[in-house]
Write a protein that binds this ligand. Sequence first.
Ligand code: GRF
Length: 198
Amino acid sequence: MTRRVVVLASGNGSNLQALLDAAADGRLGGRVVAVVSDRSDAHALERARAAGTPALALARHDGESRGTYDARLAEVVAPFEPDFVVLAGWMRILTMAFLGRFAGRVVNLHPALPGEYPGTHAVERAFADHLERGLDRTGVMVHLVPDEGVDDGPVLATETVRIEPGDDLDTLTERIHETEHRLLVTTLARLCTQEVRA
Ligand code: GRF
């Protein structure tokens, strides 16, 4: 049975694009059945529409609690019956009001290795450590999201990314993104083709 993937994305959506491309040419072993963003102006929504994939924006109301928003988000996602929900540049920390509905099925991408630079600006912080103390590697990880821990959870895949002496923030960011696009696709493909899901 073809696995059904819902992607949550807040911004540019280059990782979403990698998934859409892999689904289209059969490398994913699944299909992206919907894309949901918390921002109506997210470029990710345009990428979804261009691929003929349902694209929905769901903004948080003024004063709305995280839990109430996440319950609404779950109501939007659930009808698509996802086998996996992929957080690809999703900039909100999800509460159990969402995660409890999709236990064992939420997958996050983080532009650093396990336990390193949780939260935003992970690449910038790794590059600052390169300048300050000679850090010569960072990385990318894909992991399950069991709870509200930030960029933390059972690791599905990691890849180390070298920081070269001549790097600036742009060249490192580009190398991280290339790695993310590849690792997210291969990891999702592995999940989508497993008999029993993770
Ligand atoms: C990625 O680096 C992802 O790991 C991080 O936000 C970025 C999103 O990029 N959480 P894009 O929107 O997929 O281009």
